[in-house]
Design a protein around this ligand. Structure first.
Ligand code: NAD
Ligand code: GLY
Length: 353
């Protein structure tokens, strides 16, 4: 097992290893001992696989457990589900000293984190991520949110969990496409600042993911500790996301997030090479890596349309946009670019004109 300590506005442990789920009750008991109430939140797919084990462990440790299960998928990450969850917390009489536990992927983690951050002005939240993406990214760092009809994650809060438990055994039931989505985020950490990770990724980590997952979490920890509230270098975590979000949006969300990020990363790397910001060997290396992990490398949308979609992001600041571009193999930096130059940059990155 590997443990990573995150020292942000809260200090907490992220534990990664095999067979950890049945120990969740004992682990939470070390942080906030029973008797207390726990609201376990999950989606229907994950609950069918893992809620019984999690609830048994929590009850055995002495907690009173109630559950809130909602339909799986991004469509549930909305204010209706949030209100239902707040109401379930109130109906079960959760108090300030009680705990929300998120068992699931990034959708469950984000909505549970936001409900916990806001119910009674804030109760504790413990994260049990069950997708690769949620283990290496969304469960760590304290970003919580729900979507609004006008865009993703438009309503949320920074609120760190009290702990995170990554049981790598649960990854065995992930569908291949969801696993590949997580691989895109893993690969991202390599190109944004970790050449050693890139060398590890030359071999598949599927059979023994602990070392790679822990390394990604340590990378995220470093960024979050430096810039918890996302005013500077935390934006590095968005490598591939400007182009990626545009691809996702133009596809009507039929291209998955990980696939879109893969396309977006390669657009950024090719544009950086075309501008002399990094050597051409960086996009060549990245293209090969993405192919090995069964991720797409060709952008199906024209540069102008991509720029338009990227600039419609509600969270964009002013007349310039900060892009994350690789400068060498395993290193990326922030580059403010004027919004009028974005279409040219996507064209340099290989998007059709
Ligand atoms: P998800 O939560 O929708 O999970 C994907 C699918 O996998 C779901 O259908 C789920 O039921 C299923 N699933 C989950 N674990 C499983 C398992 N072990 N076995 C079988 N099936 C399983 O999607 P995701 O990719 O985990 O997360 C995406 C969400 O995360 C988005 O809403 C995104 O905005 C958010 N996100 C948040 C942050 C952050 O910092 N808070 C970072 C990145 C992404
Ligand atoms: N996933 C981006 C962040 O946590 O900032």
């Amino acid at each position: 097992m590997k443990s990573i300590t995150v020292k942000a506005s809260k200090t907490y442990l992220v534990e990664v290893g095999k067979g950890l789920l049945p120990t969740v009750g004992a682990r939470i008991a070390e942080l906030l001992p029973p008797p207390r109430k726990i609201m376990l939140v999950s989606d229907d797919t994950v609950a069918a696989l893992y809620a019984k084990t999690a609830c048994a462990s929590l009850r055995e440790a002495g907690y009173t457990v109630s559950t809130f299960i909602f339909p799986h998928g991004e469509a549930s990450k909305n204010t209706d589900t949030l209100i239902d969850l707040w109401n379930a917390m109130a109906e079960n009489d959760l108090s300030r000293s009680d705990i929300a536990v998120a068992l699931g992927g990034g959708v469950v983690g984000d909505i549970t984190g936001f409900a916990a951050a806001t119910y009674l002005r804030g109760i504790a939240c413990y994260q049990i991520p069950t997708t690769l993406l949620a283990m290496v990214d969304s469960s760590v760092g304290g970003k919580t949110a729900v979507d609004l009809p006008l865009g993703k994650n438009l309503c949320g809060a920074f609120s760190q969990p009290i702990g995170v438990l990554c049981d790598t055994d649960v990854l065995k039931t992930l569908p291949n496409d969801i696993y590949a989505d997580g691989c895109a985020e893993v690969i991202k950490y390599g190109y944004l600042g970790d050449p050693t990770l890139l060398s590890w990724l030359e071999e598949s980590f599927e059979d023994d993911p602990e070392r790679v997952i822990a390394r990604c979490i340590a990378n995220k920890r470093d960024v979050v500790e430096e810039d918890e509230h996302d005013n500077g270098n935390r934006q590095l975590l968005n490598l591939g996301h400007t182009g990626g979000h545009a691809v996702e949006r133009l596809s009507g969300f039929t291209i998955s997030h990980g696939s879109a990020v893969a396309i977006g990363m390669l657009l950024a790397a090719k544009a950086a090479a075309a501008r002399g910001i990094c050597p051409p060997s960086v996009p060549e290396h990245m293209e090969q890596m993405l192919r090995c992990y069964h991720l797409p490398t060709v952008c199906p949308y024209a540069a102008e349309r991509l720029a338009e979609a990227a600039l419609s992001d509600k969270k964009r600041r002013g007349e310039s946009i900060t892009l994350i571009l690789p400068t060498s193999l395993g290193k990326s930096e922030l580059f403010p670019v004027s919004t009028s130059a974005l279409a040219d940059l996507f064209a340099q990155g290989g998007a059709p004109q």
